[in-house]
Design a protein around this ligand. Structure first.
Ligand code: 5AD
Ligand code: SF4
Length: 475
């Protein structure tokens, strides 16, 4: 699949512990201000940074203070029903602020825009403007329309928009890691997934603009980039000037060569598309992190077929074997759905056993939530009772807890190169960072004045929980 990182993935230990950095542009230089909140996947967070850039161009500075905002934007997610409910609740809260702030506008961006435009704009009047993921360039014009009291909507999807030429303004950045979007949309049509409908057809961004963006981040002192796409392995771009085809493996290599000091991550890989070439490229460069998010979704070949994942259980297991063979120290994580249509106890057991086989370090686990308009909603009955879905999900979560614990226990005594991201969430006297495998490692500061943020240090693991490694710095 995809890069549908959940909010948790983005607001994890590293980012939660982080104070907000000042925005790249001094907000005081602007007369008008926008406030933006993002939900859902990393792609949405990256899109919000493109939106920030477009709005800066239209004279809006970013603010963290809702009361100061002339424009409140919500970048929304439709992946599961719960995500939509959260957004609705938030919009109702914003409407109350709007009632006491004359002239304030509220806008809905992202994946819910297409699905709910009529309802939220016209019937419930919760928002003043609605802008889909491919229409952000029209934001300044739409804001003008909304200011003059018209309904402002653009949810058109595009076949070629990549925002490649727009330099994102980093929001909430820790100044160390950044997302770089390399493609948009998805052509896979997994039957449970709304993304192909909300984000449209797959298209790849031109490689030059990706390299330029990463180079600029590196020049500013960033130490880690994550290349983002719904299905990064199908990245494909033709450089007509050089008559060169750039595959994902080739792009990865180009990005890795920018600086050996810059870590490169990517997300998300589809098991059907990740190639040996990508694995070889990962092995060749120390700065390409040894971590693959390889969503399995289900361990049953029958369910995988209904999901339209286009691989079988055996095919997936062979892919895991190949990763272990070529990259013995690689971390692997997954997305798993419990209780998809017609799932039997045997199918569920197959999901548990493929988790064991793959030895995931971490997983994002969900129960199936039918999404209107998807292939599954049209073709299959959502026939697994909620309590069964929840029980199966709990078994999956429990097993993942055990697998994560086992994976962390294997790291005891090992020394890792850690990129320090900031203070540990729990204590200012500890640093937190990540190893190449994306595991969080916490270790004590030598003294409170040392500044290791953004540097690489060697840390020997001495202790662990199922979510975190603890260690001592090696000099
Ligand atoms: N119900 C439950 N989970 C879903 N996902 C995507 N669509 C649905 C759905 N309708 C999960 C998949 C995907 C992750 C981002 O969200 O596991 O990989
Ligand atoms: Fe991921 Fe499949 Fe959805 Fe595409 S259709 S975003 S590959 S889950």
């Amino acid at each position: 699949m995809n890069t549908m990182l959940t909010t948790d993935k983005v607001h994890d230990e590293a980012r939660q512990g982080e104070a907000f950095q000042p925005f790249a542009n001094d907000p005081n230089q602007y007369k008008k201000h926008f406030y933006i909140e993002s939900y859902g996947c990393a792609m949405n967070f990256a899109d919000s940074e493109v939106v920030a850039s477009i709005l800066n161009g239209a004279g809006f500075g970013a603010t963290r203070n809702l009361e100061e905002a002339n424009l409140i934007l919500l970048n929304t997610c439709s992946i599961r029903e719960k995500a939509e409910q959260t957004v609705r609740k938030r919009l109702t809260e914003f409407r109350k602020i709007k009632e006491r702030t004359p002239g304030m506008l509220i806008g809905m961006l992202g994946c819910m825009a297409e699905r709910l435009k009529a309802q939220l704009l016209e019937q419930e009047k919760l928002v003043d403007l609605v802008v889909g993921p491919d229409a952000y360039r029209s934001l300044p014009a739409l804001i003008e329309e909304a200011e003059s009291g018209q309904k402002a909507v653009n949810v058109l999807l595009s076949r070629d928009e990549t925002y490649g030429d727009i330099a994102p303004i980093r929001l909430d950045s820790n100044g160390i890691s950044a997302f770089v979007s390399i493609m948009r949309g998805c052509n896979n049509m997994c039957s449970f997934c709304v993304v192909p409908f909300t984000r449209g057809r797959e298209r790849s961004r031109d490689a030059h603009s990706i390299i330029q963006e990463v180079q600029a981040l590196c020049d500013k002192g960033y130490k880690e980039v994550t290349l983002l796409g719904q299905n990064v392995d199908s990245y494909y771009w033709i450089d007509e000037q050089k008559d060169e085809t750039v595959t994902f493996a080739a792009l990865l290599e180009k990005v890795a060569l920018i600086s050996p000091d810059l870590r490169v991550r990517f997300s998300t890989s589809h098991p059907k598309d990740i190639t040996d070439e990508v694995l070889f490229t990962m092995a060749k460069y120390e700065n390409i992190c040894k971590y693959i998010h390889l969503p399995v979704q289900s361990g049953s070949s029958r369910i995988l077929q209904l999901m339209n994942r286009t691989y079988t259980r055996e095919w997936y297991m062979a892919k895991v074997d190949r990763i272990r063979e070529l990259l013995p120290d690689c971390g692997i994580s997954s997305d798993i759905i419990a209780g998809f249509c017609t799932e039997t106890e045997e199918d569920h057991q197959e999901t548990l056993s493929i988790m064991q086989y793959s030895g995931y370090d971490m997983s994002y686990m969900f129960f199936y939530s039918e999404r209107p308009g998807t292939l599954a909603a049209r073709r299959y009955e959502d026939d697994i009772p909620e309590e069964v879905k929840k029980r199966r999900l709990q078994e999956i979560v429990d097993l993942q807890g055990e697998l994560s614990r086992q994976s962390n226990l294997k790291d005891l005594g090992k020394t890792f190169k850690v990129l320090v991201e900031g203070n540990s969430r729990k204590s200012e006297s500890d640093w937190m960072g990540r190893n190449s495998q994306n595991k969080v490692i916490v270790f004590p500061k030598k003294d409170l004045n040392e500044d290791l943020k953004g540097t690489y240090v060697m840390v020997k693991v001495t202790d662990c929980t199922k979510t975190t490694l603890r260690g001592e710095r090696e000099l």
